[in-house]
Design a protein around this ligand. Structure first.
Ligand SMILES: C[S@@+](CC[C@H](N)C(=O)[O-])C[C@H]1O[C@@H](n2cnc3c(N)ncnc32)[C@H](O)[C@@H]1O
Length: 362
């Protein structure tokens, strides 16, 4: 609905006596509603996931009545939610056949899809209960409860959730690198569900890996490696080629000047600046001459323009729920790399919104 102002002079500064002064342009409130509806959109999609609505449509289109029965919600409420999802571009609706999965929902919002983001939708904002406290958290300098205070409470689900997308990112990056020696070593720090370890082992048949993960989370790393090892034994034989170490990547012993590649996959932004710098130095020391440091993360853009909002919001997400500094610039990372004796190399964008920065040990 458009509301016309009956008398635009209402908006003029009453202290102004100049008749010819330009009328101030009053911006519409749409951007504020966009912010409010970021919240409502999110919870509409979470509700659809909780109800299994996308899964119900995976077999084919359904009219509102059948969909309502399948998700066990009355028809009016089901249709209102489903229409909202149509408006969000996740479903389509044709009166003759009913509701149907859109391409985005079919690709990313079904639990079993190869590129599933179902777990990521729930996990990517961090623990939901941290967000209403953000103002106090910013003022205090840390959340009341940090993820790292109970890593087993959040990281296993997050690591599983991020793996499908990170496997694709890792595959694309591995294709740009070559092993140095005949028996290359890959070190994966904060390995999670091992997307990087597995991508290297698959692409480099003679490679071995050292995957470091916290004791509370390491079962996720071991489980991911076991599953792929079973599914592609000849290609990967993953279990026999990976040493999984349960420990803190700041402390576990790493081989000196031995690795062809060290990966820091989405770990630096949960660190303080000092911690991130220290971790880059540890990774650099583990690289052999000619080896490559691979850092996947969401760097802070130089200019805070609209397309860069996801990286900035990811930084705030880290401030909301971890003791880390949240986000760093590519220039910061390059400084830490140089201080550790590395030469910054290519910055890659293997998928939209995914940035991978590399450096070489001379
Ligand atoms: C966002 S996940 C990323 C996992 C994986 N590297 C990826 O790219 O998908 C961060 C991982 O770092 C691990 N982690 C956090 N702090 C750690 C530490 N001090 N030592 C070892 N691992 C750590 C977490 O348990 C979690 O699995």
């Amino acid at each position: 609905m458009t509301v016309e102002l009956s008398d635009p002079s209402d908006l003029r500064d009453p202290s102004s006596s100049t008749e010819l002064a330009a009328e101030p342009v009053v911006p519409g409130p749409a951007p504020v509603w966009e912010v409010i509806h970021g919240f409502t959109r999110y919870w509409a999609v979470v509700a659809a996931l909780d109800l299994g609505l996308f899964e119900q449509l995976a077999a084919g289109p359904q009219p509102a009545s059948a969909l309502a029965a399948a998700v066990d919600v009355d028809e009016h409420r089901t249709a209102l939610l489903a229409d909202t999802l149509v408006a969000l571009g996740l479903l389509t609706h044709e009166p003759a056949i009913g509701y149907q999965l859109g391409a985005v929902a079919a690709t990313y919002l079904l639990a079993g899809a190869p590129r599933t983001m179902v777990a990521l939708v729930r996990g990517a904002p961090g623990p939901h209960e941290r967000w209403p406290e953000l103002a106090q958290t910013l003022r205090r300098g840390a959340p009341a409860v940090r993820i790292e205070d109970d890593p087993g409470g959040f990281y296993p689900a997050l690591a599983r959730a991020t793996a499908p997308v990170q496997r694709q990112v890792a595959r694309a990056v591995v294709d740009t690198l070559s092993p140095i020696g005949a028996d290359p070593l890959v070190i994966d720090l904060g390995a999670g569900a091992a997307p990087w370890t597995l991508a290297f082992l698959t692409a480099w048949p003679r490679a071995h890996a050292l995957a470091v993960e916290l004791p509370e989370v390491v079962a996720v790393t071991e489980g991911a490696i076991a599953v792929v090892g079973d599914a592609a034994v000849d290609a990967v034989r993953a279990g026999a080629r990976v040493r999984v170490v349960a420990g803190d990547y700041h402390q576990v012993e790493l081989p000196d000047a031995a690795a062809d590649v060290v990966v820091l996959g989405h770990v630096l932004r949960a660190e303080s600046v000092a911690g991130a710098r220290r971790l880059v130095a540890r990774a650099a020391a583990a690289l052999r001459p000619g080896g490559t440091l691979v850092v996947a993360d969401y760097p802070r853009p130089e200019v805070p323009a609209a397309p860069s909002a996801p990286a900035l919001l990811m930084g705030l997400t880290m401030l909301a729920s971890t003791g880390g500094d949240g986000v760093f610039r590519v220039a910061d990372l390059h400084g830490w790399m140089r201080a550790a004796g590395l030469e910054p190399a290519a910055t890659l964008q293997p998928l939209p919104g995914q940035t991978v920065m590399t450096a070489r040990r001379p």
